[in-house]
Design a protein around this ligand. Structure first.
Ligand code: EPU
Length: 439
């Protein structure tokens, strides 16, 4: 297995390019099932989760070809209607095949995802919405088996604005007979991007980006003639901006959309950063010392739970006490325990973390527990004194395209090596060039 070795303390400077959004790519790749034929997508990030999705689609009978950020998919035939345990176990988003398979095939089997490092994460709302459209479900040995005749439009009230739940129901509703209304729908930009993709296939959807989606079902959908471009990854963008903040650096992220990051940019300003935006770029300059702040995660357009771990690293270095409250997931402070090992001062209870900022963090060996917790440890390593080793980095491969390359491009001292390699061997205490130049 690989690990990351980081030598922190270098203020990051320069420009890097945002990738396409993971959480838009996954539902959009899966939504191609709804329109038989050949699809072309661009700005698809090369990630472990993208490969898992394409391999799932391959097992269903839809082959694909990847060329950099471009993906061709042939969804002409569906051979199987099942997402087996070995795929779902690796990627919870596999549950997104339920809606499209029921709509196209009238049948779907999906192994139940179970819990994960950030909480129990049930799918009751997905099932409730699909049942309202006419599907029937049975649980068979850990696998949910859905059947449906032609789906029929319905009025669906979600208990909470679940992101993948809204997406699953939306993908089923576009091929249902008549009109569906999804109330308390998720407003996340990734849901909007999926909706736009569905519109490009011929779906009739009103209210994208609001909490009420109205869908007028159509009899069939077909692949668009032009390639569809996935929206930029706002969480990846935000993570790199935080890297500028914690190192006192100056980083610009290009090919992104600052309007998707309003709550995050406001928090960075509150923490003392200077933020400059253009329609497609964001630049953040970190201050000499960060300021403390309070933060509460909320559904979009509130502060995203997927940036909470990264902001906690800013709080560990702030000049005072910050308070972070997590409202979306029940167990999303796993990074706090690892940050304590780096000298941070955090009191975390189930939903609130009180962070007493300090002047420095100290590098050391740490363990990644989930994707965004891993990103937080990378940020802590970039800010810390001495080498940091991050183990279990397969989590990062799920969601950050070419992370090491991108960070090296803005001056970070970071390397990916096999677990047994000593940090000194991976990254000498000073860069070779500096040592050679020394008298
Ligand atoms: N929930 C239920 N029942 C349901 C669905 C959700 O109780 O049927 C609860 C969840 O347990 C959670 C809350 O509702 O407490 C919100 O969960 P949501 O369904 O919105 O999350 P998700 O769709 O499973 C997506 C992203 C996550 C992101 C969340 C919140 C994808 C593939 N995943 O998950 O992304 O944190 O929305 O914005 O889109 C990540 O990228 O690291 C990641 C975890």
């Amino acid at each position: 297995m690989d690990k990351l070795v980081i030598r922190g303390g270098v203020p990051l400077k320069g420009s890097l390019r945002a990738s396409g959004a993971k959480n838009a790519s996954l539902p959009i790749l899966i939504a191609t099932i709804l329109a038989p034929g050949e699809h072309r997508l661009v700005n698809v990030p090369e990630l472990a989760d993208t490969s898992s999705t394409l391999s799932l689609l391959g097992r269903i009978g839809c082959p694909s070809l990847v060329d950099g950020d471009a993906v061709r998919l042939d969804t002409t035939r569906i051979a199987f209607s099942e997402a087996p345990y070995d795929v779902v176990r690796k990627m919870r988003a596999s549950v997104l095949v339920l809606g499209p398979l029921l709509a196209r095939q009238g049948e779907a089997r999906v192994s139940l995802p179970g819990g994960c490092a950030i909480g129990v994460r049930p799918i009751d709302q997905h099932l409730k919405g699909l049942e309202a459209l006419g599907a029937r479900f049975e649980l068979e040995r850990g696998t949910i088996h859905g059947r449906a005749g032609r789906l029929v439009g319905a009025d669906i009230q979600l208990d909470m604005p679940t992101v993948t739940g809204t997406e699953n129901i939306l993908m089923a509703a576009v091929l249902a007979d008549g009109t569906s209304v999804i109330r308390n729908a998720a407003r996340e930009p990734e849901v909007v991007d999926l909706g736009r993709f569905l519109q490009s296939l011929g779906a009739h959807i009103e209210g994208l980006g609001t909490d009420t989606l109205t869908v007028h079902g159509v009899a069939r959908l077909s692949p668009p003639s032009r390639p569809y471009a996935i929206c930029p990854d706002r969480i990846e963008t935000g993570t790199y901006l935080c890297a500028a903040a914690v190192t006192g650096g100056d980083v610009e992220v290009t090919h992104t959309d600052p309007t998707l990051l309003t709550a995050v940019l406001a928090k960075l300003e509150e923490a003392g950063c200077t933020v400059h935006t253009t329609p497609t770029t964001v630049r953040v300059q970190g201050p000499a010392r960060l300021r403390p702040f309070t933060l509460e995660t909320e559904p979009y357009p509130g502060f995203p739970t997927d940036m909470q771990a990264q902001l906690m690293v800013l709080a560990t270095l702030a000049d005072g006490t910050s308070e972070l409250t997590e409202h979306i997931f029940e167990n999303r402070f796993m990074h706090a325990a690892e940050l304590l090992r780096m000298g941070a001062h955090i009191e975390a209870s189930s939903h609130t973390a009180v962070v007493h900022g300090q002047e420095r963090l100290l590098g050391g060996p740490v363990m990644a527990s989930d994707l965004r917790a891993s990103a937080a440890l990378v940020l802590a390593g970039l800010a810390a004194e001495g080498p940091t080793e991050i183990h279990r980095i397969y989590h990062l491969d799920r969601g950050y395209e070419r992370l090491v390359e991108k960070l090296q491009g803005v001056g970070a001292r970071i390397a990916r090596v096999e677990d047994h390699v000593a940090p000194e061997a991976a990254l000498p205490a000073e860069p070779a060039a500096a040592r050679a130049a020394a008298p």
